[in-house]
Ligand binder design. Sequence first.
Ligand code: URA
Ligand code: SF4
Length: 266
Amino acid sequence: MSRPPDGFSPAQRNLLELMGTRLWKPRSPDRTGGEPAAAAPPTSPPPVGESAAAVPPPSPSAGDSAAQDSPAPAAPPPELEALRSAVAACTACPLHSGRRQTVFGVGNPNADWMFVGEGPGEEEDRRGEPFVGRAGKLLDNMMRAMGLDRDTAYIANIVKCRPPGNRNPSLEEASACIPYLHRQIELIAPRLIVALGAVAAQRLLDTDQPVGALRGALKHAERLSCPVLVTYHPAYLLRSPGQKRKAWDDLQLAMREMEALRAGGG
Ligand code: URA
Ligand code: SF4
């Protein structure tokens, strides 16, 4: 609400620097209250990149830091569990034949924030959870820098089954699967969706425009009840670290928009 313009704790600022972003001069810690463990940077901060995989995943007991940004986690509502079962049994597109398991989504069913990627890779297919490979470690860092984690935000993909060889899902596959995502969005009712990369952005917004043209302002789609903020996919950021600054600009914009949405009661 009345946070300072940069609005971040020293620990968060530290994480932004881990992302390769130097936006603020250090200032003396002036926050009262305990620093939540989840927001604490790793003891020897690795630069994000190859070594991002060395950053430990958020602690399962995390929550207080992100509580500022999302309602408390709750038990999954039966409708969401029913949808998960429907997805697990789905054979609506050819991707079903190559999967080990479906990757439904993870996080707080009451999340204000929803992050959407394109589809499971090999590690996700093996573990049944989105963004658990190298790109996932960077996403964890990005979320932590925002005061979020897997217990407070929600993460899902456009397609729930792994495309062979990690190719992009086809338009047909995405069209077959996206009703599940739309239902997830309906049930979770986030205030804001962060679309990670071109596939997520284009399929959610039903457009062919590239990420570079879609980022920088909230986008709206008729069938979505909340706005979409487009940014680069973490896998792309690992390949093009020079773009991390732009991605961080996007996430900052998303945080400002979230504050406005909350202030407006929307
Ligand atoms: N990339 C994605 O888009 N989604 C995942 O779940 C993992 C990697
Ligand atoms: Fe069904 Fe989606 Fe898997 Fe295709 S990708 S089989 S539509 S769950």
